[in-house]
Write a protein that binds this ligand. Structure first.
Ligand code: UDP
Length: 485
């Protein structure tokens, strides 16, 4: 029997862990609201997810679809380079594949309704051209912080004012032309791609175009909350009809799952298999005594950088849990080779894993600090867990996020643009010993605000309800068109 009026949402994430994971959380939340969900991955990522996550168990109500990314099957798709190539290729290969998918979804009668709307990643704006052909509305989901998105909206102005591009000189120069951030940002805090030779740089231009194309959507979803980024969210409201700030999505999803006693776990490897043994190791450690170290899913580091970090961590004499992905280190050196260069050749207080259940790790009572690359998901997960950070940003939004952490929210230290064992050691001691109480106080305050936002009367819950109602009204107007047609 056909279910009339049930919204059917197509979710289209950018093909990277930090984009797929919050999109899955959002899809899960909307599926709890009774919506039908079609989740679209690249074929390559779909196979990785099938391998690492029991998706049919976790997302029984979802329909998963996959489309080719246009790269040959033997392409390594090894992270950063692949991401850059994908920016260039997505319009060529991905767009027609998305069109084919929409044709097949439109023709499919059972078990789904025709699609009501598409929620597309905010760096996949080509999707709106395809959706418009099928008269489907597009809501964009930008997975960055509001501070960072506001900065991206000023990239053209930064070029006009001669602030961008720049290279590694005069990095402490204040940036004065972004309203609301005049006393916050310096050159070094601008997105990594601003450090380039000329304003025609394809990555810089890509982000200028994608950011302005966002305003074509019927609304903008942000994984953040008024309680923490309210001023920036209000400013962004001047560009959009509707802004739905509904974060932190991972915590909101967990709360909804708890209330509905769903069996879904809080975190999943998604593209990697999680090594849960580290949770047992953490169980044996005293409260707030371990530093968690992880640089997310994309960045690559040289053997020299790893060696400096390793020495700094060992010299700090703190216990640490360090995620070293198999593809983290560029070149031929492995972590085993690098360990040999260290005095004892082994770790006495450290544990290395290739992928951790990060959300659970950060919530573990043994964790006292997080040395992070300041990806937005990692930052949010740390905020919710009340864990202060040492930020070591490398690219994109990470430079802005780390500045917010250290300068605005005061829940961590910013180590950007340095990689020196003595600085690592000093900051780890500052975070875990000398400034511990002060940092914990601000971290606890922010964690409370984040948790308030997802309470039933919190801003994110209220905004989520608005999003749900707006999608439902798209669905009922579609039903009316079908009936009158
Ligand atoms: N993550 C994880 N285990 C790890 C490392 C990372 O589950 O060992 C997850 C982390 O919880 C976060 C995501 O991967 O949700 C990384 O996203 P983020 O935006 O922080 O960084 P990106 O990978 O996009 O650079």
């Amino acid at each position: 029997m056909e279910k009339t009026g049930v919204p059917h949402v197509i979710f289209l994430p950018f093909p990277a862990q930090g984009h797929i994971k919050p999109m899955l959380n959002l899809a899960e939340i909307l599926s709890h609201a009774g919506f039908q969900a079609t989740f679209v991955n690249t074929e390559h990522n779909h196979h990785r997810i099938l391998h690492n996550t029991d998706i049919h168990d976790r997302f029984p109500k979802f329909q998963f679809k996959s489309i080719p990314d246009g790269f040959p099957s033997d392409h390594l798709r090894s992270d950063l380079l692949y991401i850059r190539d994908f920016f260039r290729s997505c319009r060529v290969a991905f767009k027609p594949a998305l069109r084919e998918l929409l044709i097949s979804l439109k023709e499919e009668k059972e078990p789904c309704q025709p699609p009501t709307c598409m929620i597309a990643d905010g760096i996949m704006c080509f999707a709106i051209d395809v959706a418009e052909e099928f008269e489907i509305s597009t809501i964009f989901f930008r997975t960055f912080s509001a501070h960072c998105l506001w900065t991206y909206f000023h990239l053209s102005k930064l070029i006009e004012e001669g602030e961008v591009p720049f290279q590694d000189e005069n990095l402490d120069k204040p940036i004065l032309c972004i309203p609301g951030l005049e006393n916050v940002l310096r050159r070094r805090d601008l997105p990594g791609f601003c450090r380039t030779e000329n304003a025609d740089d394809p990555i810089l231009q890509f982000f200028i175009k994608e950011t302005s194309a966002l305003t074509r959507g019927t609304g903008l979803i942000l994984n953040t909350m008024n309680e923490i980024e309210g001023l920036m969210i209000t400013r962004l409201g001047s560009f959009f009809n509707k802004v739905y700030a509904i974060g932190p999505l991972h915590a909101l999803k967990s709360r909804i799952n708890e209330n509905s006693s769903s069996s879904s776990t809080s975190s999943d490897g998604i593209l990697w298999k999680e090594d849960k043994k580290c949770l047992k190791w953490l169980d044996s450690k005293p409260s707030r005594s371990v530093l968690y170290v992880s640089f997310g899913s994309l960045i690559n580091l040289s053997g020299e950088q790893i060696l400096e970090l390793l020495h700094g961590l060992v010299n700090s004499e703190k216990s640490f849990l360090w995620v070293i992905r198999p593809d983290l280190i560029v070149g031929d050196a492995t972590i085993g080779d690098i360990l040999k260069e260290q005095e004892t050749g082994r770790l006495e207080r450290g544990l290395i894993v290739s992928w951790a259940p990060q959300e659970e790790v950060l919530l573990h009572p043994a964790i006292g600090g997080f040395l992070t690359h300041s990806g937005w998901n990692s930052t949010l997960e740390s905020i919710v867990a009340g864990v202060p950070m040492i930020c070591w940003p490398q690219m994109a939004d990470q430079q802005v996020n780390s500045r917010c952490v250290s300068e605005i929210w005061k829940i961590g230290f910013d180590m950007k643009d340095t990689c020196d064992r003595s600085i690592v050691e000093k900051l780890v001691r500052e975070l875990m010993d000398n400034n511990r109480e002060e940092m914990m106080e601000s971290a606890n305050k922010l964690a409370r605000l984040a948790r308030d936002s997802i309470e039933e009367d919190g801003s994110s819950c209220i905004n989520l309800e608005k999003l749900i109602q707006d999608i439902k009204s798209m669905s009922s107007s579609l039903t009316q068109v079908h009936i009158s047609g």
